[in-house]
Design a protein around this ligand. Structure first.
Ligand SMILES: Nc1ncnc2c1ncn2[C@@H]1O[C@H](COP(=O)(O)OP(=O)(O)OP(=O)(O)O)[C@@H](O)[C@H]1O
Ligand SMILES: [Mg+2]
Length: 178
């Protein structure tokens, strides 16, 4: 017989490119293994190379990308998985839709000043976007709509990834999700 099913949830990291979504989400997923039996990571870079390799970065394609990921997150979380998802997901409406579709949706706003993100430029994409060599780049030539009521806000320009991660774990504990 199947054992007791854990409550699933979706931790949804949103923020500008280079704000620190992947860095903190990876760490949080690792730390969560102490509390949750099943944790799954969904990350923009990986999904873009696999599930959504046919899509670009127009508003329509971004909506489609998030729709696919939201569907996976829904299936996983309703089966007791703690989903840790990190996507720029710049449109409020797309994030709102996921909030409506899954139970225990936790929006984590990775709030980092645009200038700090540009200086980090881990993948050299800001440099290309500023030279007009890539189109529709969030924060340069495509919009980013900040969350209005995120459950957790991280300030990665002044917190360490460890501190950001602790904030998330504290939130989950305070809501008795973990
Ligand atoms: N406090 C911090 N939290 C997270 N990342 C930090 C912090 N301080 C410095 N960094 C650095 O900032 C960079 C953030 O890059 P990361 O790939 O995590 O961003 P991202 O939001 O996932 O970007 P993208 O949307 O392009 O995938 C990393 O090089 C990381 O080491
Ligand atoms: Mg990333």
């Amino acid at each position: 017989m199947a054992g007791k099913q854990e409550k699933g949830f979706v931790l949804w990291f949103t923020g500008l490119p280079c704000s620190g979504k992947t860095t903190v989400a990876d760490l949080a997923a690792e730390r969560l293994k102490k509390y949750v039996r099943k944790v799954e990571r969904l990350d923009g870079d990986i999904v873009r190379k696999t599930l959504s390799s046919d899509l670009g970065f127009s508003r329509q394609d971004r909506a489609e990308n998030i729709k696919r990921v939201a569907f996976m997150a829904k299936l996983l979380s309703r089966n007791g998985v703690g989903v840790v998802a990190s996507f720029i997901s710049p449109y409020r409406q797309a994030r709102q839709k996921i909030r409506e579709d899954v139970t225990n949706f936790i929006e984590i706003f990775v709030d980092c000043p645009s200038q700090v993100c540009r200086n980090r430029d881990v993948k050299g994409m800001y440099r290309l976007a500023e030279k007009n060599q890539i189109r529709d780049f969030t924060g340069v030539s495509a919009p980013y709509q900040k969350p209005l009521n995120p459950e957790v806000t991280l300030h990665t320009e002044k917190e360490s990834p460890e501190e950001s991660c602790l904030k998330i774990l504290e939130y989950l504990k305070s809501k008795e999700i973990i």
